[in-house]
Design a protein around this ligand. Sequence first.
Ligand code: NDP
Length: 336
Amino acid sequence: MKALVFEGYGGYDVLEWKDVPDPKAGPNDVVIEVKATAVNYNDIWGRRGAPQEVPLPHISGSDVSGVVTDIGSEVTTVKTGDEVLVHCGRPAGGNREGQEYNIWGYDWPALDGAHSEYVKVPAENVVPKPTNITHEEAASLPLVLVTAWRKLVSKAPVRPGDHVLIWGAAGGLGVMAIQIAKLFHAHPIAIASTDEKLELCKNLGADYLINRRTQDVRGEIRNIRGRAGVDIVFEHPGQATMGLSVQLAKWGGTVVTSGATSGYDGTIDLRHIFFRQVSLVGSTLGTIDELKDALDMVQAGHIKPVVHKVLPMQDAGEGQRLVEEDEAQGKIVLVP
Ligand code: NDP
């Protein structure tokens, strides 16, 4: 079969669509024919070899939608022909509560990622594909959906009437966060860098729109909330926004963070944490049960995939560029 392999770290030109051995199911594994996969930021961190080096040669990819073609001798939960998605987290250190993960396609030892024609994964990581969406749509979901779900449902958690400020609201996490906030009868405040992206956010249910390039975010939040601040800030840009995020949370509000796209050294005025009793909460991925809960909402039509472009796997570099340069609206999907 063919897979998208890199043998050294670097730019898009290190990605090679080449022949590799077919995966074989171990006793507790399944083999899946990849119908579609997606681009995630960890593909980019992996290719760059920073901030963390991944093992080489490497096949990235943490999302897949496909059809089971083979199962191991011990597998009873899945059968060949099933249409499935994969939960990309392996609880690390035996921690089944999902506080510590290896991520499939990134730092899960000795398991190749989804950017290939076939993948092998443990059967316990497989979940049914929602029947009301295509493989391309389904492949855009698992990683960003479970992450946004945990942040807003398990960690923050969002309540009816809350005002939820969402950075990067037209990005992969953001388009899920808007819909989850809306599902819980909260008021999403979408922040993005272009009016075109904000139009998408409006169509997904955002109640308020802020263009971070042309508007003053602090002033706009003051217009929306007066002096109150927001109940929840959905953080992930990191260094560029964290200080402001903490300031924009209300007294007793929550900043829930899962990323640091713009850098790790965010500066926080700690008085906002203790005087105003703002909670700073960390979050990563989610358990397979959290993913299933979120996928139920997809099956019910309450959460919709947002696919910006479907590209052939050979154009994964272009897909990663669209994400790195903040041009993607929703997800970039790759097909073999
Ligand atoms: P996307 O690229 O799809 O979206 C990120 C958005 O962030 C962009 O659309 C951009 O929106 C916004 N953004 C980028 N730079 C800045 C900045 N300096 N200030 C404000 N906004 C900015 O990425 P994802 O949503 O998939 O992922 C976002 C981050 O979350 C990544 O760092 C990723 O690694 C991390 N992540 C972590 C997970 C975890 O489990 N811990 C899981 C998933 C993702 P615009 O320019 O329009 O404002």
